[in-house]
Ligand binder design. Structure first.
Ligand code: NAD
Ligand code: ZN
Ligand code: ZN
Length: 389
């Protein structure tokens, strides 16, 4: 089959690889009908995530048709149309039973390796390095889905691939980011990053009753899409974000602040970003957490900082003094996708939201390598790429 494979920093190729096989009775094989490139894939593309190997198959936003099921899998049938969550979860362990699917303690065979780095291991993820399971990803013609009697959700009649594909990741992620904010009527929610995740967070914050959303980025078309959803937009290269948020909130700060940027914050944003970039380049630091620092400072006393932008290691100069003395709550996670799927599928069916609004580029797998670059560089108005193998 054809698949997008990783061969080093900025080197993604579309090549022929062996078809996946059933390896366990609970598996299923999916013929991929649509897959997408996520902002998290850019951390692999940019080489900031360790433990990738040459030839690894990329991708964790995938849907398709079931073409084969393992003998113990009574949940799926050949021909079912399903969306596959990016988190791989057994459904039975301590964490899965409590709904913390992205904390599954059985699905990461690289458990011991990641425990050295993070103290313990989260769930395995599709196409996300040999720290998180080394599972082949879904930017391919076919995908093997482990624990396929837990993760995939069947697509009801009448919904198109584009309407439901983002249930695999960015819609639940943006929704969780807003959900973490415990939104009360009239709350002001400030959201850093108007990429696909930020866009889902903006709309989810309104769905959950936010009075006002302040959206921060610098890319004109991303700010325009945020404004279309009703957000007040700020450009971090044109305005002082702290000053503007204070001005808009009577000097108090936002009720909740969402970091939908993560470790690759734009280095042009400020001096601390530039220092972060140098330290990471010299292996003296692991991440560039400018947005997290700013989100903490811009959050009101006893407000919430909700972090969905991904970080990898040990973060420098996080203003914990500000956080503890002002009573901030921190919430963060790799999304336990399965937990949010039923309610979000229902929201799509009811017409509360059509997540396909974010798609700007439709392409084939062969176009994938070029589109990684286009998406990373935000060229050609690119906000979200969907590929149909
Ligand atoms: N927690 C999860 O489960 C989960 C799931 C999916 C994605 N993510 C993460 O969410 C983040 C965003 O993903 P995406 O697909 O939207 O990626 P993206 O790279 O397209 O979007 C990031 C946006 O942040 C903006 N940005 C950069 N520096 C900024 C700054 N200083 N202030 C404000 N905005 C700034 C960029 O211009 C860009 O538009 C990534 O870190 C990704 O890994 C997390
Ligand atoms: Zn993702
Ligand atoms: Zn589990």
């Amino acid at each position: 089959m054809k698949a997008l494979t990783w061969h080093g920093k900025h080197d993604i190729r579309c090549e022929s690889v062996p078809d996946p096989q059933i390896q366990d009775g609970r598996d299923a094989i999916i013929k991929v009908t649509a897959c997408a490139i996520c902002g998290s894939d850019l951390h692999l593309y940019d080489g900031v995530m360790p433990e990738m190997r040459s030839g690894d198959i990329m991708g964790h936003e995938t849907m398709g048709e079931v073409v084969e099921v393992g003998k113990q899998n009574s949940k799926l049938k050949v021909g079912d149309r399903v969306v596959v969550p990016f988190t791989i979860s057994c459904g039975e362990c301590f964490f899965c039973r409590r709904g913390f699917y992205s904390g599954c303690e059985r699905s990461n065979p690289d458990h011991s390796k990641v425990t050295k780095l993070w103290g313990n291991s989260p769930a395995g993820l599709f196409g996300y390095s040999h720290l998180l399971g080394g599972y082949s990803g879904g930017q391919a013609e076919y995908l093997r889905v482990p624990y396929a009697d837990v993760g995939p959700i069947k697509v009801p009649e009448g919904l198109s691939d584009e309407q439901v594909l983002f249930l695999s990741d960015i819609f639940p992620t943006g929704y969780m980011a807003a959900d973490f904010c415990n939104i009360q009527p009239d709350d002001t929610i400030a959201i850093w990053g108007c990429g696909p995740v930020g866009q889902m967070a903006i709309r989810s914050a309104f769905l959950l009753g936010a009075g006002r959303v302040i959206a921060i980025d610098t890319v004109p078309e991303r700010l325009a899409l945020a404004a279309e959803a009703g957000a007040l937009t700020l450009d971090f290269l044109q305005e002082d974000i702290y000053d503007r948020i204070m001005e808009l909130t009577h000097g108090r700060g936002a009720d909740a602040c969402i970091d939908a940027v993560g470790t690759e914050a734009d280095a042009a944003a400020s001096w601390d970003s530039r220092v972060d970039r140098v330290k990471v380049a010299l292996f003296m630091g692991t991440d560039r957490p400018h947005v997290l620092r700013q989100a903490i400072h811009c959050c009101r006393n006893f407000g919430t900082v909700s972090i969905v932008g991904v970080y990898g290691g040990f973060l420098d100069k996080i203003p914990m003094g500000s956080a503890i003395n002002r009573g901030l709550t921190f919430r963060m996670a790799q999304t336990p996708v399965q937990h949010y799927l039923p309610i979000l599928m229902e929201r799509i069916q009811k017409g509360d939201i059509d997540p396909s609004f974010v798609i700007t580029h439709r392409a084939t797998l062969e176009d994938g390598p070029e589109l990684y670059k286009t998406f990373r560089d935000k060229q050609d108005g690119c906000i979200k790429v969907v590929m149909k193998p």
